[in-house]
Design a protein around this ligand. Structure first.
Ligand code: PLP
Length: 389
């Protein structure tokens, strides 16, 4: 089946439902019972399928997990309570004290902090690979390197790494590869088809798609998923049945929504690029983006997040943001409502030194294109540009 059909049916159609409902029910329960002691024993001996306790999963959650695994073309998928819970649980499950992990330097602030500040406390050595030096990734590997992590595209400059090159390098050394595909979704790229071991998502973004839920995903080969699942059972970062249902429902429209985000994103990025008040646009679908060739080769769409800088000071940039009427000033992406973020202020207000080091200047903006009519969004931009004179 193709992605659109899997989005609607995978994990749901084949289930035998008690009341033959078309829609997957919400099993709002934390506890599950056994009829008698022989059933308990059968359960432990693998003769009786089922769930013992809600922290290990629930039927609604399992339906989403099956759908995600099918859409990513992986053996299995696990849901988590947030994207951060998915990333941290997966990495804690796969790296030990005395081992070394690599990560690319353009990434979500709290993911970087996890590598930079948290993992070393557990005796795990970490190295940041500059995204511009990915072709020399071998140079950063050590004898004890066990894991490579990157977002694709990355945050906030939407860089795209060469998966074929990464996978050739990591597999010959037995290094586990993890790709955070939050910005792309399985509609735009399926990293497992390139041999990536584990694909991660903040489902809070496009998969949830409505700015109304928190969830995370780890999808991949069973041998790794089993290990990650043991850690999730202990760390406890699970989703509740109702959130699972919201996600299940959202996933059915993911291909349709992504088509709109991709189209709107490309049109708006191309428009911004031509605007005289715009200094630079970072959007993988634009010819000017440093990774446009790789993006065109690996991805079927480029999403709805556009990073751009203005020919303006920080204060003027804030005035431009405040003059916009369509987007909310908020830090998420992937929902119907467009959002705008002056990164240096909204995310890095208390961490300006680090922001500058990362190229996050006061005139840099991240626009998450929603599902509004593009003509309205462009008119809104045009009006706001007037404040710049
Ligand atoms: N991965 C990426 C690429 C993100 O942008 C984010 C959050 O912004 C996360 C993971 C963390 O996800 P969550 O906010 O759902 O914990």
């Amino acid at each position: 089946m193709r992605t659109e059909t899997k989005a609607v049916h995978a994990g749901e159609r084949e289930e035998n439902r008690q009341h033959r409902s078309v829609v997957t029910p919400i099993d709002q329960t934390a506890a599950y019972y056994f009829e008698d002691t022989p059933q308990v024993k059968d359960f432990y001996e693998g003769k009786l399928a089922g769930i013992k306790y809600g922290r290990y999963g629930c039927p609604t959650q399992h339906a989403v997990e099956r759908k995600l695994a099918d859409m990513e073309n992986t053996e299995r998928a696990l849901l988590f309570s947030s994207g951060m819970s998915a990333v941290t649980t997966a990495i804690m499950a796969l790296a030990r004290a005395g081992q070394h992990v690599l990560y690319t330097n353009d990434c979500y602030r709290n993911i970087r902090r996890f590598f930079d500040e948290i993992l070393p406390n557990f005796g795990i050595e970490t190295t940041e690979v500059p995204i511009d030096d990915m072709k020399n990734i071998e140079k950063y590997l050590k004898e004890n390197t066990v894991l490579f992590f990157s977002e694709l595209p990355t945050n906030p400059f939407l860089r795209v790494i060469d998966l074929e090159h990464v996978i050739t390098t990591t597999t010959k050394r037995g290094i586990v590869s993890l790709i955070d595909s939050t910005f792309a979704t399985p509609v735009n790229i399926r990293p497992a088809e390139y041999g990536v071991d584990l694909v991660l998502h903040s489902a809070t973004k496009y998969l949830g798609g409505h700015h109304d839920l928190f969830a995370g995903v780890v999808a991949g080969r069973s041998k790794f998923i089993e290990k990650v699942q043991q850690y999730r059972d202990i760390f406890g970062g699970i989703v509740d049945p109702h959130t699972s249902y919201l996600l299940l429902r959202s996933m059915q429209t993911l291909p349709l929504r992504m088509k709109a985000h991709n189209n709107n994103g490309l049109e708006i990025a191309n428009w911004l690029e031509k605007h005289p008040k715009v200094a630079r646009v970072w959007y993988p679908g634009c010819k000017s983006h440093p990774d446009n060739d790789l993006a065109e080769k690996q991805m079927s769409g480029f999403g709805g997040v556009i990073t751009f800088s203005l020919k303006a000071s920080e204060e003027e940039t804030s005035r431009f943001v405040d003059a916009l009427r369509i987007p909310y000033i908020a830090t998420n992406f992937g929902g119907p409502q467009s959002l705008i973020e002056q990164h240096a202020i909204l995310t890095f207000y208390k961490d300006r030194v680090r922001a500058e080091k990362r190229g996050i200047t006061g005139n840099l903006l991240r626009y998450s294109v929603g599902l509004e009519n593009v003509a309205d969004v462009l008119e809104d931009f045009e009006n706001a540009f007037r404040v710049l004179g």
